[in-house]
Write a protein that binds this ligand. Sequence first.
Ligand SMILES: *[C@@H]1O[C@H](CO)[C@@H](O)[C@H](O)[C@H]1NC(C)=O
Length: 165
Amino acid sequence: MPLKRALISASLLVFVVALATAGPLHAQCKVDWYFGIPCREVYEALVSQIKKWATIASCAMGGEKCLYKLESANVHFIAAKHTAPVTKHVDDLSFRLSSYDLYARCHVSALSVSETWYTVLDHGTNYCNLYNLMEGSGLTGVPGYKEVTSDFICTQRSSANCTVY
Ligand SMILES: *[C@@H]1O[C@H](CO)[C@@H](O)[C@H](O)[C@H]1NC(C)=O
């Protein structure tokens, strides 16, 4: 059965190559966050952090924690943009908030996408766009905090250094 074996190894090879190169086609990051506090509080923390980091001033010491711009906000959905202070690359951010456990807890489905389609590797910038807001607002320290993502749905998540990016 040499032909059959060759076919099997060939399809296995294609599968392995597909797996190795899987992940978003261009730089983007999707993260699910869970909090043991109501969405109203999560919403207020995120919106005030976006406003706090609106100008270049908060990047005076370097990093990317500045130039956020709120596009629209209600308790179910927040849209914003982040501009990289040096490269001026713009990423689109969105946060979908949904309550569970009778409004006691909040699930946030967050997405950051690079506007430039040719950005394939981003050093974790799209992840940090989202994570820096969570950390800066103190949401990473609230009861029940949990993050769910992976390199498959979040470009270079595992090697992201959000102090820099
Ligand atoms: C991230 O980068 C900063 C600044 O270069 C460095 O001090 C820090 O050790 C880095 N953190 C990790 C986890 O690599």
